[in-house]
Design a protein around this ligand. Structure first.
Ligand code: NAP
Length: 338
């Protein structure tokens, strides 16, 4: 460890020891981990609450991941580097970073601090607030990989994006519009103006209208699965591309409809996040923060996410006053509470 400044001793974290409802999420004060060789200690200022967090906590993703229990949830966070271990040259204390924690790892981002490897970190633009940055990490990398690497969206293409008012869909709408596509998006009727404001040229309200009446599309991004997926084949041109991002499996009917079907290969790639952050720094992608709650209300945050009450972006946990020094007094991290 090369850092000289004193480090906090304990941190507030939210953990669960067994799968179950939101009430299994319990606040605890835990020792702050120390960075060993090749690792970085980050004091967190914000964590996002993603659909994966509650699905993992409810034990619904055992086919994909088996998390180590007890687990601190949280897929991504934004914070400031407190200390680096031997051999770390990419980051230094004081750097503002985004953190990506793989889903099975026990120590997630619903905590005052987290240990990460340099490959799980991305430098953040100085202009973004912590809540804005964290709303763009997993949502942004998912949108980037789906639109740029998987679908290769081109100028003038007709693109349909399901769930355009969600965290991933909202970035996808902005990104595809920036790439020059003509974007149609689905959302509830009350979100029509919101999604048009993100850059969609047309909106289909899923609660009052039928998207299968749309003209043939080059690409459909499916963030819903189930019946929405099954009905999406009807709106694709022959030779079109159906790109899906859901936890549940789909039934591939591509051959019958003459379309390509791909699961977007989402991986925690700092290069993809960096591309999204660069667009955010230029004001091309606007971070979408649906609501903010303090870390201590993580159970309520996951309840809202699970109940489908979160709309217009990512629900974010603000992490402040979640570290204590050796004397038991609050340890103020450089990016606390912003
Ligand atoms: N690794 C991966 O493959 C990967 C990565 C990221 C996300 N995902 C998946 O992608 C999905 C979306 O993630 P997210 O983070 O964007 O979720 P989110 O922020 O919770 O957004 C969900 C959105 O779904 C919309 N919605 C509900 N019913 C709909 C319908 N019938 N038609 C169209 N939209 C509907 C809602 O729109 P309104 O608000 O307008 O009602 C809501 O905004 C999730 O299933 C998630 O697990 C997968």
């Amino acid at each position: 460890m090369t850092a000289q400044a004193p480090l906090p001793e304990t941190m507030l974290a939210i953990r669960y020891a067994d799968y179950g409802g939101p009430k299994v999420l319990q606040p605890e004060w835990l020792p702050v981990p120390r960075p060993g060789p090749g690792t970085v200690l980050v004091a967190l200022a914000a964590a996002s609450v993603a659909p994966l967090d509650w699905k993992l906590r409810a034990g619904l993703l055992s086919a994909h991941f088996t998390p180590d229990l007890p687990k601190i949830p949280g897929r991504d966070g934004a914070g400031v580097v407190l200390a680096v271990g031997a051999g770390v040259t990419e980051f230094a204390p004081g750097d503002k970073v985004g953190v990506m924690v793989p889903p099975p790892v026990a120590a997630g981002t619903y905590a005052g601090a987290v240990l990460a490897q340099p490959g799980q970190l991305v430098a953040l633009p100085p202009t973004l607030r912590a809540a804005e940055a964290v709303a763009l990490i997993n949502a942004g990398l998912s949108a980037w990989i789906a639109a740029v690497r998987c679908a290769d969206v081109q100028h003038g293409q007709q693109v349909l994006i399901h769930a355009g008012a969600g965290a991933v869909g909202g970035v996808l709408v902005q990104l595809c519009a920036h790439l020059g596509a003509r974007v149609t998006a689905t959302c509830r009727a009350a979100n029509r103006d919101y999604v048009l404001g993100l850059g969609a040229t047309q909106v289909v309200a899923y609660d009052t209208e039928d998207f299968t009446a749309l003209p043939p599309q080059d690409i459909v991004f499916d963030l819903m699965g189930g019946p929405v997926h099954a009905r999406s084949y009807a709106v694709l041109k022959r030779g079109g591309h159906l790109v899906w991002l859901t936890a549940a499996p789909i039934t591939d009917e591509g051959a019958a409809h003459g379309v390509r079907v791909s699961r977007a290969p989402i991986t925690d790639d700092p290069k993809a996040v960096a591309r999204i952050m660069a667009l955010a720094a230029r004001g091309i992608i606007r971070p979408q923060v649906a609501a903010r709650l303090p870390l201590a209300q993580a159970a309520e945050a996951q309840r809202r996410q699970q109940a489908g009450e979160v709309t217009r972006g990512r629900l974010v946990l603000d992490i402040a006053d979640a570290l204590r020094g050796a004397d038991g007094k609050p340890f103020t991290a450089p990016w606390d509470g912003s």
